[in-house]
Design a protein around this ligand. Structure first.
Ligand code: GTP
Ligand code: MG
Length: 370
């Protein structure tokens, strides 16, 4: 696909067209002045002249990163809160989420639950909550890196017999960096050595002060194992959700974030995504990271086939051409041709930035210094 003619490229590089053509011939490209060069050739050529070319993709072409949600107030509908469970290793995040799901999933469904999916939705008193587990999940860092508003609030799980540990602090930093409301779940209160007050005391060092001590952080004592305090925790989540009135416009093309993705032996690339805006339909053409596709099959966290999925819904999709990365943004386009061209452009931009950056700093690195 042509991006620029030889003549235009010469101008860009402040060289004579003849010089450029000579260089191209040396590179094995037979070119005339009006011949169009693709972006890779232009970059190679620039390199030959010791010039770095930055590829800028016009904003209209790549609405992907730049979309702003400017929905009219009347188009916004209340949506379930997206709650991320974070905390130190083994403090009971997954057990807590399992306990919550069992409390709220009706018997018949339990067997059908896709165990590996890191995102679940539960319903309490006709109100839904979407949970994201973060078991050593790289997804979370990637999501943060995108600055995506993937999650609305954080449950920081701290084991009452272990107290505040390094990853507890890291989790608090993640939540604060993203400006998220924090609910502290002091877990394992059933254990003999449990000391919930010590956890509260320790957390005051991180500006998490319980209400009874004059602060405004919600603390709930729980035992995931013995199912103590779960109702209260859920009530608190719904309370925070009510105060914040999370809303989205369901009547537009879907956008969201990839939570995890992999290559399945029989189904091909499979991605679990969280729909955040709009409604996703079977058959929709989309871009996820640098990959594109068309939704072939869409399945809920409970293993049910879905035709459509609205805001705050976690779904598993097939129909991708490649495996996207965790944390990659996901967006539906008008047709597959458009989706493909956006994905191609994104791939080029990424390659370019990888070429230009010798020392890539990831968000992981950044958080190490907090
Ligand atoms: P990672 O995903 O590895 O970070 O761990 P996690 O935070 O998800 O912890 P997980 O839920 O896997 O629990 C770790 C261990 O703690 C398991 O052996 C659980 O059975 C145990 N555990 C979790 N909650 C409780 C609890 O409330 N009481 C007791 N006694 N044990 C618990
Ligand atoms: Mg876990």
């Amino acid at each position: 696909r042509g991006e620029m003619t030889v003549g235009e490229t010469a101008k860009l590089l402040h060289k004579d067209a003849s010089e450029v053509i000579k260089k191209l011939i040396l590179m094995g490209v037979m070119a005339t002045i009006n011949q169009e060069l693709d972006i890779d050739t232009i970059q190679l050529l620039a390199g030959e002249f010791g010039v770095e070319v930055e590829v800028k993709i016009p904003v209209e072409e790549d609405r992907f990163e730049t979309v702003e949600e400017n929905d009219a107030e009347e188009d916004l509908v209340s949506r379930p809160p997206v709650v991320t469970i974070m905390g130190h290793v083994d403090h009971g995040k997954t057990t807590l989420l399992d306990a919550i799901r069992k409390t709220n999933v009706t018997g018949g469904e339990a067997g059908g639950i896709t165990q590996h999916i890191g995102a679940y939705q539960v319903e309490i008193n006709h109100k839904k909550i979407t949970f994201l587990d973060t078991p050593g999940h790289e997804a979370f860092t990637a999501m943060r890196a995108r600055g995506a508003q993937v999650t609305d609030m954080t449950i920081i799980v701290v084991a009452a017999d272990d107290g505040v540990m390094p990853q507890t602090v890291e989790a608090i930093n993640h939540a604060k960096a993203a400006g998220l409301p924090i609910i502290v779940a002091v877990n394992k209160i059933d254990k003999p050595g449990a000391d919930p007050d010590r956890v509260k005391q320790e957390l005051t060092n991180y500006e998490l002060v319980p209400e009874e001590w004059g602060g405004d952080t919600i603390f709930v004592n729980v035992s995931a194992k013995q199912r103590i305090g779960l109702e209260e925790l859920l009530e608190m989540i719904l309370l925070v959700a009510e105060v914040n009135e999370y809303k989205a416009n369901p009547n537009k093309r879907a956008r969201g974030t990839v939570i995890e993705a992999e290559l399945d032996k029989s189904r091909g690339p499979v991605a679990r995504i969280l729909v955040q805006h709009g409604t996703l339909h079977v058959g929709d053409a989309f871009v996820a990271g640098n990959c594109f596709g068309r939704i072939r099959v869409m399945v809920s966290d409970k293993g049910r086939r879905l035709k459509e999925a609205g805001p705050s819904t976690p779904v598993e999709i097939t129909g991708l051409t490649e495996v996207p990365g965790a944390g990659d943004p996901f967006m539906v386009f008008e047709d597959e041709r458009k989706a493909r061209s956006i994905a191609d452009k994104r791939a080029i931009t990424q390659r370019q930035s990888e070429l230009n950056t010798n020392s890539r700093v990831t968000l992981d690195d950044l958080f190490k210094h907090i």
